[in-house]
Design a protein around this ligand. Structure first.
Ligand SMILES: Nc1ncnc2c1ncn2[C@@H]1O[C@H](COP(=O)(O)OP(=O)(O)OP(=O)(O)O)[C@@H](O)[C@H]1O
Ligand SMILES: [Mg+2]
Length: 293
């Protein structure tokens, strides 16, 4: 369980990255979504004990990160896959894991060998484990990154934008691997691919400009957009500016737009459609922008 209270982070006295976050995260897989600069990485680095907040408190399984002792105890329970993991291109996957395990304090070489062997199998890199990292594909690098985060058997796994740059198949495979992990530890996952969350998280928060603007299940986010999603077919002219276009499809008899908003009397032939998670997200971000404006 992670308890976050009134968390504030201001960089260099002027960049307000987190503006009073209140969040409780339970077990299973938790999704953190939001646009660029929302504060996702900042929040994850603070939970991982890598960055100190300006104010507020974070407790990780009861350990208060404000104290040196609390940070140490929390650190022993967590694994972190940063948004950009530095690699050692000339090390093999196995050598890299060995090195990271030593840094994590797995000093017994027998124990290290066993954990690394198990993890390589778990992330399905057995065949390439002795190849240099510079020969790995994006997906392989992500998987070795997860293996590295799982060294020392963490109870909390934090992964920042793990699916960026992966092809669709790798993305699905990686998502499944994370879901598998969520069976044995708490996983916090950040992404701006809303779809990744819908498929794997039961609980999520949407962040915008350093605030939590939504907290709930994916289905609750979808519900927010119900009654606001429509398709409109025109002869090519853009829909009225009050409507948000989420997709455009060229048809043989015109252009079909999927829009969010109220087409009303302007478009009497507008057809209501069932919202997707992405519609819910875009609708929420528009509401949030309107409130903040
Ligand atoms: N080291 C830093 N120094 C100054 N400002 C920073 C620093 N790191 C992040 N910021 C700023 O803090 C805000 C939040 O950044 P953060 O990286 O947490 O967002 P994010 O949600 O992870 O974005 P992205 O989706 O692009 O990864 C942004 O305005 C960013 O420019
Ligand atoms: Mg980030």
């Amino acid at each position: 369980m992670i308890e976050i209270t009134n968390l504030i982070k201001t960089y260099a006295g002027k960049v307000h990255a987190l503006n009073g976050i209140e969040l409780e995260i339970g077990s299973g897989m938790f999704g953190l979504v939001g646009p660029n600069g929302a504060g996702k990485t900042t929040l994850m680095r603070i939970i991982a004990g890598l960055l100190r907040p300006t104010a507020g408190s974070v407790r990780v399984f009861g350990h208060d990160l404000a104290s040196q002792r609390g940070r140490q105890e929390a650190k022993a329970l967590l694994g972190y896959l940063p948004q950009e993991l530095g690699f050692y291109p000339n090390l093999s996957g196995r050598e890299f894991l060995d090195y990271m395990a030593i840094l994590k304090g797995v000093t017994d070489s027998q124990e290290r060998k066993q954990q690394i062997g198990e993890l390589i199998e778990l992330v399905r890199l057995t065949e390439v484990a002795d190849r240099r990292l510079k020969t790995y594909s994006g997906g392989m690098k992500r998987r070795i990154g997860i293996a590295q985060a799982l060294l020392g058997k963490p109870k909390l796994l934090i992964v920042d934008e793990p699916t960026v740059g992966l092809d669709p198949e790798e993305r699905v495979r990686f998502r499944n691997l994370l879901s598998e992990m969520a069976g044995r530890c708490t996983v916090i996952l950040s992404t701006h691919i809303v779809e990744d969350i819908g498929h794997s998280c039961s609980d999520l928060a949407v962040m915008d400009k350093g605030r939590v603007v939504f907290r709930g299940a994916p289905s609750d986010l979808i519900t927010q957009a119900r009654g606001h999603v429509w398709t409109i077919t025109t002869q090519g002219e853009q829909p009225n500016g009050s409507l948000a276009v989420v997709s455009t499809l060229q048809m043989h008899d015109g252009v079909s737009y999927r829009v969010l908003g109220q087409p009303g009397a302007l478009y009497p032939s507008a057809q209501p459609v069932e919202p997707s998670l992405e519609d819910g997200y875009i609708w929420l971000m528009r509401q949030s922008a309107a409130v903040m404006a």
